[in-house]
Design a protein around this ligand. Structure first.
Ligand code: 5RP
Length: 234
């Protein structure tokens, strides 16, 4: 029998807690990743029980999960707005004294370009995480989605900004990861990031970058699943 490990249980608690915020009539942004998958499944169960919602997926993966869960889907250009977006993160600044409190790194699933505009469009953006994602400051490599023809010039510019870029390769296959948008991903190691807002602005100015995974000041709250419950950070 498959048993649920500590991190999986924590992710499930966080995802299910966020799903409780979904109300009848809501348009919901459906993020990507294993933590958000628990939220999508929980929303699907609520739909089975009669809740009227429409989902906007942020990736092929979350679209498939939502379809399996029976969540009716829509698109951003067909609605007046998004009431709530639920999404995971690779790292979250969790030092209440830090200027960057609540700032995120996303893009572990190469979906951060769609995730960013969906999450940013939501009236309320809820992050779901397990404790391994919390940090005093961001230090994971920053995923950067690039136009394929631009990956070498963008890599040079990332080097000028002090980063070490690595083209993300597809696990178990020859060749690079290709995003849902047909682009490539550079994972850019900057070491500890003291000023994520400035780095985010500099990356946004590089021609050929479609989107980077630093999410500055977007999250309204973070639900962190623990061994025995859920903690809220805001
Ligand atoms: C995808 C993401 C994910 O939300 C992030 O990688 C977290 O994933 P998980 O919940 O599986 O740990 O940003 O682009």
């Amino acid at each position: 029998m498959k048993t649920e490990g500590g991190a999986d249980a924590a992710k499930r608690r966080a995802g299910e807690r966020a799903a409780e915020e979904v109300e009848g009539g809501f348009v919901v942004g459906l993020g990507t990743g294993s933590t958000t998958a628990h939220a999508i499944e929980a929303i699907g169960r609520a739909v089975d029980d009669g809740l009227d919602v429409r989902g906007i997926p942020t990736s092929f993966q979350s679209r498939q999960l939502a379809l399996e869960a029976g969540i009716p889907l829509t698109t951003l250009d067909a609605v007046e707005g998004i009431d709530l977006s639920i999404d995971g993160a690779d790292q979250v600044v969790d030092d209440a004294d830090a200027a960057a409190f609540g700032t995120l790194i996303k893009g572990g699933g190469a979906a951060h370009a769609r995730e960013k505009f969906v999450d940013a469009a939501a009236d309320r953006f809820v992050v779901v995480a397990d404790p391994s994602k919390l940090a005093a400051r961001l230090e994971r490599p920053v995923p950067v989605e690039v136009l394929p023809d631009a990956h070498t010039v963008v890599a040079d510019r990332v080097g000028d900004l002090g980063g070490e870029p690595t083209l993300r390769s597809a696990e178990g296959k020859d060749g690079p990861v290709v995003t849902d948008n047909g682009n490539l991903v550079l994972d850019c190691e900057f070491g500890p990031i003291d000023d994520p807002e400035t780095l985010a602005a500099r990356l946004s100015r590089v021609p050929g970058i479609v989107e980077h995974g630093i999410f500055v000041d977007l999250a309204d709250t973070t639900y962190v699943g623990t061994d025995d419950g859920v903690e809220e950070r805001q």
